[in-house]
Design a protein around this ligand. Structure first.
Ligand SMILES: *Cc1c(COP(=O)(O)O)cnc(C)c1O
Length: 820
C-alpha cells in the first residue's frame, strides 16, 4: 500500500455513519476546502462547520467531480451517484478516520507541542534524522484540529519515522490530537505567553499540552521550565535538559559565540560534550538544544549530533510574493518540496490575478513515499488543474517523467545551473512565477536572478495575519452584514493587488479606493469585485465607467456632472453610492440638502443607488458617543427619505473599523473595514492577540562605529553619546518614510532584540542608533516596527496616528508578501 486507500464502506464503519452507499468506491484524499480539489474521484469531502458551513460548498465540490461526502445532514439538492455519510460531528469523523489510519502503523512517532518553536523543531529533526529514515511529518505548520488529521493521513508503509507537531488554542483539544498522533516520543518546546487567552493560566496550559504525551514511552523537555510538574511526569521515562541544574540528563553549562556561530558545552552521561549551532538568536539556540537533547535521547552519538547540528539550515515555511524582473511577480518557495506544500503553493499561485500567464519552476521531489511514476503523474495533473501555462522542470526524475506533462509550454533541465544559464532565453515577461524546489537544488539562486534587487529596507506583509484579522471582524458581524474592505492609499501602505487578491479569494463583498486611478490599477490586476471610488474626479468619469468602478456622489456638482456624462454617453442605471454628511463635515449631503437630493433622484434613471452611507467622526472615542448617536440618527433619517423616494432597497453603511466592535447596532447592511484589517484598532486592547499588525518594517546595519562622548553625530552636530560607546548606521531615512521627527532619541528600533534609541538627526536615506547597549555587527537586521514594537507606539513618539505611520512608508521600500 503506497497511498492510504479505503473503501467507502470501510470509512462508513470507522466513522460510525449512517446513510446509503450508492457505489462502494475507494477514497485516498481528504478534502476540507472545495477550492482545493486535485483528484476528485479519489477524494472524500468533509463538510466542516468552520467559519462557514461546509455544507454550502457541497454543490461546488460535486460539480468539481467529488462523489463522496461526510456531512451532518443530507443536502436538499439531488446529486446522483453521490455517497453521503451522515454523522453527528463532521470534525470528529475526520479525526476518527485519521486515528484509525494511524493505528495501522507501528513505527516510532515523535509528537511535538509547546507555545513556540514547534515547526522549527519538527523541520530541524527532519533535517537531522532524514539520512537514515523515511519521515512523514506535518506539511508547514498544519498542527490544528484539522491540520493534524490531514497530516497523519499521509502515513504509509514506506515511512520509518513520524514527526508531528500539535497546537491547541483552548482546553480539551489535546486529547483529541493525542488519539490521532499517538506519539511514542514526546517533545515539549518553549512555553511562552503566546495563545494564553484560551486558558486560565500558564499551569493549565502546560497541563493541557502534556496530555499529548499520555502514552509516550519517552518525554524530552526543559527541566527549568517544568520543575513543578515532576509529579505528573514521574510515570514516564524522561530525558531532561537544563541550563541551570546539573541533575538534568543534558546540562548545558557554557554558551559562547565563536565567529558568528554559537558554541555550547554540556555534561551528558558524566562526560563533557560540545555542539556548534549555526545560529545565534535566543529562539534558534533553544530550539537547537531541544534537537540536541532529542538526538541523544534517541541514541545518536554525541559526535553525530554535533556534526549534523552544525549543518542545520534555516527553516522557512514561507511563500514569499515579490516583485520580479520584466514586470513579473515571483512566488518564492525555494526551501522545500513535497506534494502537500506544492499543493499549497499552487493554490496561492491560483489566487494571483495580476498576470494572465502562470509559470511553475519545479525541482524533483524527494521522499514522497510514492513511486516515481505515480508521483509525477499526480504532480502533472495538479499543475494542469491549476492552469499553469508554462512548466519548467529541473532534475533527472522530472526529465524521466516528462511525458506526463501535458501543458502549453514545457522545458526541462538537468540541474539548476543549466536553468540559470538559459533564463534569458525563456523570456519570462508579465507572468506570475512560482519557484518551488527541494533544498539541494538551491533554487534561491533562481529566485535571486528573477527578483528585483531591493536595497535592504523592506516592509514585510504577513498575509496569514491579514486573513485572521479579516476573520476577527467577520466573526463580529451580525448575520447577513456585508463587508467592504478599504484598500485606499495602496491598502494603507500595504500593497495593491497583493492585498486585494487575498480579499477577493476570501470573498469580501466590496472594495473601496480613494481615486479612480487606484481602482483602475486593481482592475488591471484582475480584481473583479465591485469597487467603490470615494473621490471620483468628473474628468475621469469615462475611465471610471470603462473600468466598472462605482463612484460616490457626495455633492450636487458631482451629481450634475455624472448626469451630464451619462446623457452624452447613453448610460442608464449605473451603480453609484450616496454619501451623507452626518456631522463629520468633510464631504457629503447635509441633512437639509437631502430633500433636494431626493427630488433629483426621483427623476433620474441614469444611475442606480447601490448604497447610502455616512462616516463617523469619532466611533472609537467614548467621550464622543453622544455625538456618534446623533450622527447615526441623522443618517437613519436620510436613508429613510432616500429609500422612500427610490422605491427600492439600498445597502446602508456607517461603521468604520472601530465602529464595528463598538457600535454593533449600527452595522446596518454593511461595514467598511479599514485599519483593523491591517491590525490596528483603537477600540481593541493591544493585549487581545487575536488582532495583530500585518506589517514589519525592517532594515539593516550598514556600519558600526566607536564614538567618543566628546564627538558629535550626524547633520548639524545634533547628536552625541553620554559616555564613549558605539553607534550603528542603518539604511532607512526620511525618504523611506522614517520621519525626521524620530531623530535625537525620540524614535527607537529593535537591534538583535534590544530596543535602542536614534542618535542625531535622521538623514534622507539613513539614520544612526546608539547601540552601546547592544551586540551588533554590520549587516544585522534592525526592526523599525513589527508586532512587538508597534505602530501605535511609533505614532505616539512623534505625536501622530498609526494611519500616518503606515501610509508614510514610501514606495521606494520594497514590499514582500508572505504566506505560511
Ligand atoms: C478610510 C475610510 C474608512 C475606514 O476607516 P478605518 O478607521 O480605517 O476603519 C471607512 N469609511 C470611509 C469613508 C473612509 O474614508
Amino acid at each position: 500500500m503506497m497511498q492510504s486507500t479505503y473503501t467507502i464502506n470501510d470509512v462508513k464503519r470507522v466513522i460510525d455513519a449512517v446513510g446509503d452507499v450508492a457505489a462502494n468506491t475507494t477514497v485516498s484524499i481528504l478534502v476540507t476546502d472545495s477550492r482545493r480539489i486535485i483528484n476528485p474521484a479519489a477524494s472524500l469531502f468533509f463538510a466542516l462547520n468552520n467559519r462557514r458551513d461546509g455544507h454550502q460548498f457541497i454543490v461546488d465540490a460535486y460539480a468539481a467531480g467529488i462523489r463522496n461526502f461526510v456531512v451532518s445532514h443530507q443536502p436538499d439538492t439531488i446529486m446522483p451517484d453521490a455517497n453521503f455519510l451522515v454523522v453527528d460531528n463532521v470534525l470528529a469523523a475526520l479525526q476518527a478516520l485519521s486515528a484509525h489510519h494511524r493505528n495501522q502503523f507501528n513505527i516510532p512517532v515523535i509528537g511535538i507541542t509547546g507555545s513556540n518553536g514547534k515547526t522549527i523543531v519538527k523541520e530541524w529533526l527532519y533535517q537531522l534524522m532524514c539520512p537514515e529514515n523515511n519521515i512523514v511529518r506535518n506539511p508547514k505548520s498544519y498542527n490544528s484540529q484539522i491540520g493534524v488529521p490531514i497530516s497523519v493521513w499521509q502515513m504509509n508503509d514506506t515511512h520509518t519515522l513520524g514527526i508531528f507537531e500539535a497546537g491547541i488554542s483552548v482546553p480539551d483539544e489535546m486529547e483529541k490530537l493525542e488519539t490521532i498522533v499517538q506519539p511514542t516520543i514526546g517533545i515539549l518546546t518553549h512555553i511562552g505567553t503566546a495563545h494564553d487567552e484560551g486558558f486560565e493560566g500558564r499551569e493549565q496550559k502546560i497541563d493541557e499540552k502534556l496530555k499529548l504525551f499520555k502514552n509516550c514511552k519517552q518525554i524530552i523537555y526543559n527541566y527549568d521550565q517544568l520543575k513543578d510538574h515532576a509529579e505528573e511526569l514521574k510515570s514516564h521515562e524522561c530525558f531532561t535538559w537544563s541550563r541551570k541544574f546539573n541533575l538534568a540528563d543534558l546540562y548545558v553549562f557554557s554558551e559562547t559565540t565563536i565567529s558568528g556561530k554559537y558554541y555550547l558545552r554540556a555534561v551528558y552521561n558524566q562526560k563533557e560534550i560540545e555542539c556548534l549551532i549555526p545560529f545565534r538568536d535566543g529562539a534558534s539556540v533553544e530550539n537547537a538544544i531541544v534537537c540536541w537533547a532529542t538526538m541523544l535521547a534517541m541514541g545518536y552519538s554525541a559526535a553525530d549530533a554535533d556534526d549534523r547540528i552544525e549543518r542545520l539550515t534555516a527553516v522557512s515555511m514561507r511563500l514569499e510574493l515579490k516583485t520580479g524582473i520584466n514586470d513579473c511577480s515571483v512566488i518564492d518557495d525555494s526551501y522545500n518540496s513535497d506534494i502537500q506544500s506544492l499543493e499549497i503553493a499552487l493554490n496561492f499561485l491560483d489566487q494571483q490575478n495580476q498576470h494572465h500567464k502562470k509559470t511553475l519552476i519545479l525541482s524533483d521531489i524527494y521522499q514522497s513515499g510514492l513511486e516515481e511514476e505515480a508521483l509525477y503523474k499526480q504532480v502533472a495533473q495538479m499543475i494542469k488543474d491549476k492552469q499553469v501555462e508554462r512548466f519548467i522542470g529541473v532534475g533527472a526524475a522530472l526529465q524521466a517523467n516528462k511525458a506526463y506533462f501535458d501543458l502549453p509550454e514545457i522545458h526541462f533541465y538537468d540541474d539548476t545551473a543549466a536553468l540559470i544559464k538559459d533564463l534569458g532565453k525563456l523570456h519570462l515577461h508579465q507572468e506570475t512565477i512560482l519557484i518551488k524546489g527541494s533544498r539541494s537544488f538551491e533554487f534561491e539562486k533562481v529566485s535571486r536572478a528573477l527578483v528585483q534587487k531591493a536595497h535592504e529596507t523592506v516592509m514585510e506583509i504577513n498575509l496569514n495575519t491579514l486573513l485572521s484579522n479579516l476573520n476577527y471582524y467577520k466573526a463580529r458581524l451580525n448575520p447577513g452584514v456585508k463587508l467592504m474592505a478599504m484598500v485606499k492609499a495602496f491598502s494603507y501602505g500595504s500593497g495593491s493587488f497583493e492585498v486585494a487578491n487575498i480579499l477577493q479569494y476570501n470573498k469580501v463583498d466590496y472594495l473601496a479606493v480613494a481615486y479612480t486611478d487606484e481602482g483602475i490599477e486593481l482592475r488591471e490586476s484582475g480584481i473583479s469585485l465591485p469597487i467603490m471610488v470615494l473621490n471620483p474626479e468628473p474628468l475621469a468619469y469615462d475611465k471610471l465607467i470603462y473600468n466598472k468602478l462605482e463612484p460616490v456622489i457626495y455633492s450636487f456638482n458631482l451629481l450634475d456632472e455624472f448626469v451630464k456624462f451619462a446623457q452624452e454617453n447613453d448610460i442608464a442605471e449605473y451603480p453609484v453610492h450616496i454619501k451623507i454628511d452626518s456631522g463629520m463635515h468633510r464631504v457629503g449631503f447635509e441633512d437639509f440638502e437631502v430633500e433636494a437630493l431626493c427630488d433629483l433622484l426621483a427623476v433620474n434613471n441614469y444611475m442606480r443607488v447601490q448604497s447610502v452611507y455616512s462616516h463617523l467622526a469619532a466611533s472609537d472615542a467614548e467621550q464622543h458617543d453622544l455625538f456618534t448617536l446623533k450622527q447615526i440618527g441623522i443618517f437613519e433619517k436620510a436613508c429613510a427619505q432616500i429609500e422612500d423616494t427610490l422605491g427600492y432597497y439600498v445597502i446602508k453603511h456607517v461603521s468604520n473599523t472601530s465602529g464595528i466592535v463598538r457600535w454593533p447596532n449600527a452595522q446596518y447592511d454593511m461595514v467598511r473595514l479599514g485599519i483593523g484589517l491591517y491590525g490596528v484598532d483603537a477600540a481593541v486592547s493591544p493585549d487581545d492577540t487575536s488582532l495583530r499588525p500585518i506589517a514589519t518594517l525592517k532594515t539593516t546595519v550598514s556600519q558600526v562605529k566607536k564614538v567618543l562622548a566628546s564627538e558629535t553625530i550626524g547633520y548639524n552636530r545634533n547628536g552625541s553619546l553620554k559616555t564613549d560607546g558605539q553607534i550603528a548606521t542603518v539604511r532607512i531615512g526620511y525618504a523611506d518614510g522614517y520621519r525626521r521627527a524620530f531623530g535625537n532619541g525620540v524614535g527607537k528600533m529593535l537591534v538583535n532584540g534590544v530596543l535602542v534609541p536614534t542618535v542625531g538627526n535622521v538623514s534622507m536615506d539613513m539614520c544612526m542608533l546608539d547601540v552601546s547597549a547592544a551586540e551588533v555587527k554590520e549587516g544585522d537586521e534592525v526592526i523599525v516596527f513589527n508586532d512587538q514594537l508597534r505602530i501605535e507606539e511609533l505614532a505616539q513618539q512623534i505625536g501622530t496616528i498609526p494611519y500616518e505611520i503606515l501610509t508614510n512608508v514610501s514606495e521606494r521600500v520594497k514590499r514582500v508578501y508572505f504566506y505560511e
